[in-house]
Design a binder for this molecule. Structure first.
Ligand SMILES: [Zn+2]
Length: 69
C-alpha cells in the first residue's frame, strides 16, 4: 500500500505484510518497525519546533528542517 515517505514526503510503498517500507524517490528502505520509530521521532521533533513542549524554538526551525535534505 502507498504511504507517505517520512523522509522525502513522496509516495513510499509499504509491503502488504507490513514487513518493509520502501521509497524509490530517496532510496528509503527500512523495516516497518524502524519506520514507526522514524515517524515517531519526526513527530516529536516537529512538536518541539512548534513549541508544544519548550514554548519558543522558532529561531531553530529552519536549520533543523534543512538537515533532512
Ligand atoms: Zn522518500
Amino acid at each position: 500500500m502507498k504511504i507517505k515517505c517520512p523522509k522525502c514526503d513522496e509516495g513510499a510503498e509499504l509491503a502488504s505484510d507490513f514487513s518493509v517500507v520502501r521509497c524509490e524517490h530517496c532510496n528509503l528502505d527500512m523495516s516497518y518497525g524502524e519506520y514507526v520509530k522514524f515517524v515517531a521521532h519526526n513527530v516529536a521533533k516537529y512538536s518541539d519546533i512548534l513549541g508544544d513542549y519548550s514554548g519558543s524554538t522558532e529561531g531553530e526551525s529552519a536549520g533543523t528542517l534543512d538537515e533532512w535534505d
